[in-house]
Design a protein around this ligand. Structure first.
Ligand code: T46
Length: 140
């Protein structure tokens, strides 16, 4: 099947989660449909990233994702609808929700960074746009 455009409106939203802390430390609970605005079908995490390596450089047609640096820091650079949005994920209580046709890049991983991602769909290579020129073309 050949898709020409995304069915999901592109958006990038930084959310702050409630920390349930007590004298023992901290706990964050995320519930699908509430804190994460979609049903989670897949979780993956990126860690042990080699120094000076950047990742991503693609868009998704329909996937919704929530990115959380549960440890360390990473800079997320997004392009959507002709504008750039940059966010540092540097605390486990921050989540970046990305939906629809958004070009995303991940830069400046700290060595201790564990980037956890919750996704609305199972892995599907056909949902990826890995060529920037194609991303610009399907946006138009
Ligand atoms: C995204 C950013 C934030 C799988 O087999 N299953 C999976 O669920 C994923 C995510 C990847 N893979 C395979 C595909 C590649 O052979 O793992 C390898 C690395 O994936 P990729 O090069 O796409 O990784 P990143 O870090 O560039 O991008 C990932 C996600 O793929 C992507 O959806 O939005 O993180």
């Amino acid at each position: 099947m050949h898709f020409t455009s995304s069915l999901v409106k592109p958006s990038v939203e930084l959310r702050t989660f409630s920390i349930r802390g007590d004298e023992r430390g901290s706990l964050i609970a995320l519930e699908a449909g509430l804190d994460v605005p979609f049903d989670v079908k897949r979780i993956y995490y990126i860690f042990g990233t080699t120094e000076n390596v950047a990742r991503g450089f693609h868009a998704h047609r329909n996937l919704k994702q929530m990115l959380i640096a549960v440890s360390g820091k990473v800079r997320i650079r997004c392009e959507l609808e002709g504008r750039i949005e940059e966010v540092w994920l540097d605390s486990p209580d921050k989540g970046l929700c990305i939906e629809g046709l958004v070009w995303r890049e991940m830069h400046d991983f700290t060595p201790d960074c564990v980037l956890m991602v919750m996704a609305s769909e199972h892995y599907d290579e056909a949902d990826y746009i890995r060529v920037y020129e194609e991303f610009k073309r399907v946006q138009a």
